[in-house]
Structure formats: structure tokens, C-alpha cells
Design a protein around this ligand. Structure first.
Ligand code: COA
Length: 332
């Protein structure tokens, strides 16, 4: 019996720091409002001309180095993003081209905030089935180019940001007591329009019109209250389901990395699960909400800082657009 394990991690964020005071110069907001409502102090936005590869490639290279592997050791790429450089092909294709890993398969996953958790589940299934051995899973986003940077979009543009995180997965023997143990994945399409980008869309003739652009329908739209209400119940529910499925209780868990949606949401999740501060990792203060990238960025910080030690029981949980949500339990 074999399972998959994370062999190495990495992350990359743009060097352009955008502070709350910078945003207050662009719209009617304040450092105090943003900190109180979201916990965010600063975030990173790309500079004009930067692409998905500029973020995903360094993250992938770091993950490979940490795993002691070369790009040519990889068998597949699973790339989670909700903000691809182009409508088609997917971002995985551009990473494959930049990585120098040969003609390996590259699959894009559109699962928004839980995209990295969904990506881990696909890679885990491929490794368990024996189809592929070593898989690069990436979560990467450029949200800053798709937000309304004005008063009308201020409840969104203070939250979302850009970044990439990556993990290399490989097979381990089940007797090693290490690796990905369980998943819990869900979708509720009744809320598809609560956090979405309407256009361009193939249902429109043409796919985008001047009036759609004028109305800002190509920009991220969010019903913040709907998202908040569902996130604070779905994440604890799903994380608990994954912990139970793995055969554990919360007393066994060393670390929870919740999707960095909003610090208030993470705090509500922690409270509802009755977890201590040392059991939960948050870094949204420094990076904002980077959608599919929040979990792998946090994972790399925890792995490198020693916050996560070999043998620790780790839980990942995420909720976002779709609504889609999911959790994963890992023996580190
Ligand atoms: N700065 C200052 N004021 C702002 C603001 C900003 N950036 N954004 C919104 N406001 C104002 C609103 O215009 C409104 O003003 P009004 O009362 O005069 O109409 C007031 O603040 C309250 O707005 P509302 O949207 O009702 O705020 P809220 O209490 O729901 O908080 C969020 C807004 C976005 C912080 C909150 O809904 C939230 O955290 N939602 C979850 C979002 C999230 O995590 N998304 C990621 C999911 S992956």
C-alpha cells in the first residue's frame, strides 16, 4: 500500500508591497478599517508585465530544491488558479514550458480558494493509483488586475492579492506513517454568483462587450456577508469531517492552516473548533488573500520556520468562490 507525501514546498510573492495607506490614497478607506475588518496590513501586487510564470516558476523551483529533485524528475503538473493569464490554454502549460521538465502532462484546476486542496487530492489519487510518481502542485493567482480599485470595489480590492505557492508530492510506503491521509471536498452551486467574475464568458455573443466592460462585469464581484456566513461554518465542518475520516480528533492535531480569506474568518474557525493559538497559522497580515496560493504559501513558511515538524498532524481547510470548499489531513 502506498500513499503520497509532500517532499518539498516553495513560494513566491511579487516584490511590490501595497500597504493599507497606499489603498487609502486610491479609494475611500483607511488602515484602521482594513485591519479591523480583515486583519490585513499589507499585500503584494504584480507590476505591469509580470505573468503567472514569474510567480509560479520560483515557487516550483524552491519546492523541487527542498525535495532534492530536478524538473526532469517530475511526472505531472497540477496547477490551481482562478486567475489564468489567458482564457486558454491554462497556466500549467506556461509553467511546463518554463520549467524545462519535458512534455509532461499539465492540468489546470479551477476550484478557486480551495484549488490547492483539490489539486492535492488529484495528485494524491494519481500517486496512489500508480499512474504518476512525482507531481508538482501549484496554487497561483494574479487577482490585482481584476479588481475594481475604486470606492465601488473597496470591499473586495482591500482583500485580494497576488502570489504563488508550490509543493512536490511523491510516493511513500504506507508503513512510513507519513503523507496525505484524508480529504473532504464539496461544492454548492446555489451560491455561484456570490463570489464570481461574470465576463468574458462563452455564453455571451460576443464573449465580452463594451457595455459589460463599462459595468465592470469583468471584475471580481463579491457578496461579503454571504461569503463570511458560509465560510465560518463550512471550514470547521469540513475540517472536522477530514480529521474524523483520518481516524483522529482535534486533540491529535498539531497545526491547522486555514485558507487566508480574512483574519476574522480564521479567528471564527479557530473559536468554533476550540483550538489554541499555537494550533492555527495565519499570515494574511502580510500577504492578503491570494486565493489558491494562501495555503501553499503558509505551508512553506511553516515548513521552513520549523513550525511544522516531521510527524506533526496537519489540517488544511479552504472555502471560496463556487461556493467550493474542502479539507485535507496530512501526517508531516
Ligand atoms: N473601507 C471603508 N469602508 C468600507 C470598505 C472599505 N474597504 N468596504 C466597505 N466599506 C463600507 C461599506 O460601504 C459600508 O458602508 P455603509 O454602511 O455606509 O453602506 C460599510 O463599510 C459596511 O459594508 P459591508 O459590506 O456591509 O461590510 P461588512 O461588515 O460585511 O464587511 C467585509 C465587509 C468584506 C470585510 C466582510 O463582508 C467580509 O469579511 N466578508 C468575507 C470576505 C472574504 O473573506 N472574502 C474572501 C473569500 S475567499
Amino acid at each position: 500500500m502506498r500513499r503520497s507525501a509532500i517532499l518539498g514546498t516553495g513560494f513566491c510573492v511579487p516584490d511590490r508591497v501595497v500597504t493599507n495607506d497606499d489603498l487609502a490614497g486610491l479609494m475611500d478607506t483607511s488602515d484602521q478599517w482594513i485591519r479591523e475588518r480583515t486583519g490585513i496590513e499589507e499585500r503584494r501586487w504584480v507590476r505591469e508585465g509580470q505573468t503567472s510564470v514569474d510567480l509560479a516558476l520560483p515557487a516550483a523551483q524552491q519546492a523541487l530544491e527542498a525535495a532534492g529533485l530536478k524538473p526532469t524528475d517530475l511526472d505531472a503538473i497540477v496547477f490551481a488558479t482562478s486567475s489564468p493569464d489567458h482564457f486558454c490554454p491554462g497556466n500549467g502549460v506556461y509553467l511546463q514550458r518554463a520549467l524545462g521538465a519535458g512534455h509532461l502532462p499539465a492540468l489546470d484546476i479551477r476550484a478557486q480558494c480551495p484549488g490547492f486542496v483539490y489539486g492535492l487530492s488529484v495528485a494524491d489519487a494519481w500517486i496512489r493509483s500508480g499512474q504518476y510518481e512525482r507531481i508538482l502542485v501549484v496554487g497561483q493567482e494574479i487577482q490585482s488586475t481584476g479588481m475594481d480599485i475604486s470606492n465601488a470595489g473597496r470591499h473586495i480590492s482591500v482583500i485580494f492579492a497576488d502570489g504563488a505557492g508550490a509543493a512536490v508530492l511523491g510516493p511513500v510506503d504506507a508503513s512510513e506513517e507519513r503523507g496525505l491521509l484524508s480529504f473532504d471536498l464539496h461544492t454548492d452551486g446555489d451560491f455561484a454568483e456570490s463570489l464570481w467574475v461574470d465576463a468574458p464568458g462563452c455564453m455571451y455573443h460576443p464573449r465580452i462587450t463594451a457595455s459589460q466592460l463599462e459595468e465592470g462585469r469583468h471584475l471580481l464581484q463579491m457578496d461579503g456577508r454571504d461569503v463570511f456566513r458560509h465560510a465560518v461554518t463550512r471550514m470547521p465542518e469540513s475540517a472536522t469531517a477530514a480529521v474524523t475520516k483520518a481516524g483522529y480528533t482535534w486533540d491529535d492535531v498539531h497545526l491547522l492552516i486555514p485558507h487566508q480569506a480574512n483574519l476574522r474568518i480564521s479567528e471564527a474557525v479557530q473559536k468554533s473548533l476550540n483550538l489554541r493559538d499555537d494550533q492555527v497559522y495565519n499570515n494574511i497580515m502580510r500577504y492578503g488573500n491570494t486565493t489558491a496560493a494562501t495555503i501553499p504559501i503558509a505551508l512553506d513558511e511553516c515548513a521552513r520556520s520549523g513550525r511544522l515538524k516531521r510527524g506533526d498532524l496537519l489540517v488544511l481547510t479552504a472555502f471560496g468562490s463556487g461556493f467550493m470548499w474542502g479539507s485535507c489531513v496530512i501526517r508531516w
